[in-house]
Design a binder for this molecule. Sequence first.
Ligand code: GDP
Ligand code: MG
Length: 353
Amino acid sequence: MRFWRRKKKSDEESEQQQEAAEAPAEEVAEAPVTTEVADLELTEEEVAEVQEQTQRATERTRRGWFSRLGGLFERADFGDELWDELEEILISADTGLETTELIVSTVRDRVRQDNIKRSDEVRELLREELVAVLEEPGHSVPRWAESDAPSPLVLIVVGVNGTGKTTSIAKMAHAFQRDGATVILGAADTFRAAAIDQLKLWGERVGARVVAHQHGADPGAVAFDSLSAAESAGGDIVIIDTAGRLHTKSNLMEELKKIYRVIQRKYPDAPHETLLVLDATTGQNGLSQARTFTEAVGITGIVLSKLDGTAKGGIAFSIAHQLQIPVRFIGTGERMDDLAPFDARQFVDALLS
Ligand SMILES: Nc1nc2c(ncn2[C@@H]2O[C@H](COP(=O)(O)OP(=O)(O)O)[C@@H](O)[C@H]2O)c(=O)[nH]1
Ligand SMILES: [Mg+2]
């Protein structure tokens, strides 16, 4: 899977040399077939991989919650009495009242306008509307997937304790490194000693250098040193782990802001992305977490973790609609490969398949 695509200087040079050596080329090498997933250009194989992972992660959601949806469309015609039931199913799947009402009223209006009766057509309109809601935050490609991404690219990962920050960081590091990037991890969750050890362990597993200080050290200093390490070691991506809990919530937010200020002393335009990790099994609770973090530091993307668990999946729709923040990754398990880029259409297709 390609998550990272910026060319390193050395790659460009060797490619140019190669091109020069090969010239005059009679045949131009065939470009790989690319398809769009979340606006990343992926090969067909890579798309199939994302599809497979998305299917697997949403398996339980599909069987539980969405199987009830399937029941709604069993009869040939979609009865008027079913709208309330559709609404109830969406709400009980964590889609949230506001987003559910939008979805149901949009579909119902279209059904009435076009005088649609057949269940399969209603179902198709629902599918389109679900995709449209997920795509509301827009189509921009994440910074790490840009071919001219800044170097080093600085990513901060925030979120409540236990949501899956450290694990998601390890998964991202693994994915980026597989694509040829050199990743440096910053252990700025200094609040718990175990958090530092956990990141170090993951760093060893995925083969990424971890910059760490002592338990209780200043997180800003860890972040700063991580950037310096990237500069001296030619790191492409720096991912900073942060605490999810401090003595008080305002402490936590102040500390995050401080980390930002320290980073910006070195790179005024950094961090280039701030990812909020939300545990999908916590449902609508995640939404208020997201609001708190958004107000404090601004969030550029969501990692929806634990979608393979008992999550109902509907939270993805309310994040997109109510917060207008794109979901970038879904966590599909506890291993380092269990991460897939989020794609609206694939997600909806997986739920409704
Ligand atoms: N099933 C599942 N478990 C996950 C996923 N992501 C994280 N976890 C588990 O959630 C727990 C907390 O993760 P951790 O990364 O330590 O959370 P943090 O406190 O936010 O850093 C660990 O037991 C992880 O293995 C996921 O996508 N799926
Ligand atoms: Mg952690």
